[in-house]
Ligand binder design. Sequence first.
Ligand code: 1PZ
Length: 213
Amino acid sequence: IVKPAHIQTPLSSIAKAFEEISDLIQKGGDGKEGAAVDLKLKPFCEACTYVSVLFGCLGIAFKFAEMEYTAKVRDLLEASNKFNTLSSVVDHDLKNKTVRSPGSHTRNLRRVRQGLDLIRELFQNFISTENHSLKKAATTAYQQCCAPYHTWAVRTAVSAGMCTLPTREQLLLNLNETDKTAEKEMRRYIKASNDVIKTIDNLYIARGITLDW
Ligand code: 1PZ
């Protein structure tokens, strides 16, 4: 069965959303590597909400992860009524000394960024070996991108949840992709999200905020 080009799959919608954000970054910067680019908060949050469709493919064990992630994106989306750009969010918390405070926008932005990075790393692992299991790809990605910043209780729950992940084949079916089409869409996300993640990190680094939390 040949899929018409105009039909979007969950993966292609995610890739497209992040390519649009990446385009905004390319247009906004002056072309210099590491130049300070500011991103509009609202479109960023809207792109982040697309990721939520992935949770539906993971099963009930990741319900908690879904609630955590969507709550943080929602907090930032609500903040976009007050703050126009990502940098104004960070500046606000810097002024109030609430950069790392539980529930602060800047902390939530850091967590959402870690989620985007987790997916990027997961996709990278998923396409690196043709028969790499989803569990292995997800476990390695989690260890690298999120585990260092999570409590022992959360890490334990996540490692138990990993055993309930669908197989690679089942995930591809759920996503309405083949190995080949998934690889194409995952590469698009990997490339685009790299720019987005780097831009967020630069916001913190430029203000002397470390990235070890
Ligand atoms: C096909 C994809 C399979 C990927 C499987 C990956 C599973 C990751 C599970 C992560 C569970 C995180 C649960 C709770 C974390 C909270 O402790 C932290 C701390 O928040 P704070 O103290 O600042 O309030 N919350 C977070 O880190 C935010 C949410 C991260 C979840 C990222 C998920 C990314 C998307 C996965 C793919 C659908």
